[in-house]
Design a protein around this ligand. Structure first.
Ligand SMILES: *[C@@H]1O[C@H](CO)[C@@H](O)[C@H](O)[C@H]1NC(C)=O
Ligand SMILES: *[C@@H]1O[C@H](CO)[C@@H](O)[C@H](O)[C@H]1NC(C)=O
Ligand SMILES: [Ca+2]
Ligand SMILES: [Ca+2]
Length: 204
């Protein structure tokens, strides 16, 4: 009952959006939904009660949704934290929100996150963000939290990083105005820094 109600609502919104799309080149709508809603939205963080949905180009007619406060890019939604935590707590916080620490699959994704964090960056102490990459299990064997195979040629380490063997087993993206896209650094996993979480955007 809940499920079909939601599907209908989704379709109705879609139709309204399609009609409005003829008048607006870019139309966004906020869908207000409670926790534990429709099955097709399971990928969204459970704690999120509000989602922001964007209608794709007219010929596609697909709604792509991210939780309120998250940023949509390609097929994912991203969360940039204001607070700081160690790497383990950062990953736990992301999984608690139905996501994981960001897994950077491409240079495009790397550039998007870097430029976004750089725009958000306000002080020198705010310059490190945990990503979902660690070699805690086995020194030198870098692993992504979602089991994506680590690809050396699609890694963006800063010059002379990763640097510190056993002492530094968790990766951050390091933001500085003069930094370029190669900005990863390995640091001690107990260090408290900001984090970037990623979850799949939901389309319907
Ligand atoms: C994650 O951290 C944010 C920011 O501190 C907090 O609002 C949220 O409740 C945390 N979520 C979980 C599941 O720990
Ligand atoms: C590794 O990354 C490079 C550069 O993006 C890409 O060309 C190559 O296909 C990737 N290899 C694998 C196994 O994914
Ligand atoms: Ca990714
Ligand atoms: Ca290092």
């Amino acid at each position: 009952m809940k499920k079909s109600g939601c599907t209908q609502e989704g379709e109705k919104e879609g139709i309204v959006g399609s009609i409005l799309f003829f008048f607006l080149s870019c139309f966004t709508v906020t869908l207000l939904k409670g926790t534990g809603g429709c099955e097709e939205h399971k990928a969204l963080p459970q704690s999120s009660a509000e989602w922001l949905c964007v209608l794709g180009r007219a010929e596609v007619k697909v709604w792509t949704c991210c939780p309120m406060g998250w940023k949509h890019f390609q097929s994912s939604c991203y969360y940039l934290s204001r607070d700081i935590m160690n790497w383990g707590d950062s990953e736990t916080n992301c999984t608690g929100m139905g996501s994981h620490l960001v897994v950077i699959n491409t240079g495009t994704e790397q550039d998007f996150i870097f430029n976004w964090a750089k725009r958000t960056f306000t002080s020198f102490s705010d310059r490190s963000y945990y990503i979902g990459l660690t070699d805690q299990a086995e020194e030198g064997q870098w692993r992504w939290v979602d089991q994506t195979p680590y690809n050396e040629t699609a890694a963006f380490w800063r010059q002379n990083e990763p640097s510190n063997g056993n002492m530094e087993n968790c990766a951050v993206m390091h933001i500085e105005t003069k930094a370029n896209r190669k900005n990863w650094n390995d640091i001690p996993c107990s260090t408290e820094v900001h984090r970037v979480c990623e979850t799949a955007a939901t389309s319907f």
